[in-house]
Design a protein around this ligand. Structure first.
Ligand SMILES: Cc1ncc(COP(=O)(O)O)c(C=O)c1O
Length: 419
């Protein structure tokens, strides 16, 4: 074995990558990426190293990256390690994310995950004991804990609101819970439990009209829905690049509306956060914070992963953000349709209203527990998520562009045999 083989480097380390990465997606005509063009979406499947031994329906937990993203990370790593330099790339990654979600680069801070963004907001807002924050019964631990922690340390009061089965009902429930003490709405854009899409724009408008903060946990937004955060009009939006964006794992971002920048205290600071600092002055001090949301990230970061973020945004842009949304909705609709054929043996938890759902489908079986079903689905090599959190007790299926109609039909057949 020569040294290259031992270290696993060179072309042999990435045989599939070398073959597929060189096959870029050709220029598209509008009908190419129509949601029901199976031939096209099957060809997109070959852009991913995702194996076929298991049928992957758990993008809500983690997305699989295409070769182009893996290749960008690898190439950047080669470049920076050939010189042992820092690498940068943060500006380019933030510019790509800003473009992708329709905001200004100055409103984006890079983070490592959704939880970090939620913590930055929950810890940084000017809240005091007795102030109320409205949340839902459908939070992820990474959405709930940052606020529960603030409650534990500073005595803010968390009020839990029920989501309605329509956007209008959800909005009305939230409005009814607002009191003179309410200072923030901290809600998921898309619930990780049932996939319910909340009426984010209406919620942000409501918050603004009452002079309170609108803070979204947007774990499932970008890459599933074609987003425009300026249009939504919220104050803060935490998300990640490793779920529906199909980007590198351990990457995320926090959107901070320009007008709210000075109201959010930076709780974690370092290089990048400041405009200057002085240990010789009396007293020693930070001279100023970076005049943008870049004040919320700090220190040495991963240039490799930043290159991957840029590549993943380019991947989505090549396909078209709206085309991706249309396809993932199409797949979820197909699953929903198949499940509905099973009548009251299947209880769909994802709302019927089309604006209240996206690419996550959640359901319960009348005659089988979610754990028992997960076990039999596992035997048939389906990777799915169950939701025991807060007794929601359901089966959650996430469908992304690498999923095929055939996979959905095979899964629906399994459900049919299970009821
Ligand atoms: C709604 C929601 N919020 C937060 C998280 C936590 O995300 P991360 O692991 O990127 O912090 C998840 C993960 O599934 C989620 O679904």
């Amino acid at each position: 074995m020569n040294r290259k083989e031992f270290l696993g480097i060179g072309m042999l380390a990435f045989p599939a990558l070398a073959a597929s990465a060189l096959k870029p997606i050709p220029p598209l005509q509008p009908s190419d990426h129509a949601p029901d063009n199976e031939h096209f979406w099957q060809s997109i499947r070959s852009q991913f190293p995702l194996g076929t031994a298991t049928t992957y329906f758990n993008t809500g937990s983690m997305g699989a990256s295409p070769y182009s993203v893996i290749d960008a990370v690898y190439q950047k790593s080669l470049t920076i390690n050939s010189k042992a330099e820092y690498g940068g790339g943060d500006h380019e990654a933030m510019a790509a994310i800003a473009r992708f979600v329709g905001v200004d680069i100055d409103e984006i801070a890079l983070t490592h995950n959704v939880t970090e963004g939620n913590n930055l907001v929950a810890q940084g807002l000017p809240l005091k004991g007795g102030d109320e924050v409205i949340m839902s019964m459908h939070e992820h631990v990474g959405g709930a804990l940052p606020w529960l922690n603030r409650a534990k340390h500073d005595g803010i009061v968390i009020k839990v609101v029920q989501l309605g089965i329509t956007g209008t009902e959800t909005l009305a429930n939230i409005e009814k819970s607002i009191t003179a003490k309410t200072k923030a709405l901290a809600l998921p854009h898309i619930a990780c439990t049932t996939g319910q899409v909340l009426p984010a724009k209406d919620i942000a408008t409501l918050a603004k009209s009452r002079g309170i903060y609108s803070c979204f946990d947007g774990a499932h937004g970008p890459g599933m829905l074609s987003l425009d955060l300026h249009d939504i009009g919220c104050d803060f939006y935490s998300s990640c690049c490793h779920k529906w964006m199909l980007g590198p794992k351990g990457t995320g971002f926090l959107y901070v509306k320009k007008e709210k920048l000075e109201e959010l205290k930076p709780i974690m600071v370092g290089a990048s956060s400041e405009t200057g600092w002085d240990m010789l002055s009396s007293p020693p001090m930070i001279k100023g914070y970076s005049p943008s949301a870049h004040r919320f990230y700090y220190g040495t970061q991963s240039a490799e992963l930043y290159a991957g973020i840029e590549a993943t945004v380019r991947f989505h842009e090549t396909l078209g953000k709206k085309a991706v949304e249309n396809r993932v909705r199409y797949l979820a609709n197909r699953l929903r349709h198949r499940l509905k054929e099973l009548g009251d043996n299947v209880q769909l938890l994802t709302p019927e209203e089309s604006s209240s759902r996206g690419a996550i489908t959640a359901f319960r079986l009348k005659n089988m527990t979610m754990h028992k079903f997960q076990e039999s689905a596992g035997k048939e090599k389906f990777s799915i998520r169950t939701i025991p959190e807060n007794n929601v007790n359901c089966i959650r299926i996430s469908t992304h562009i690498y999923n095929q109609l055939e996979e959905i039909d095979r899964f629906a057949d399994l459900v049919k045999r299970s009821v």
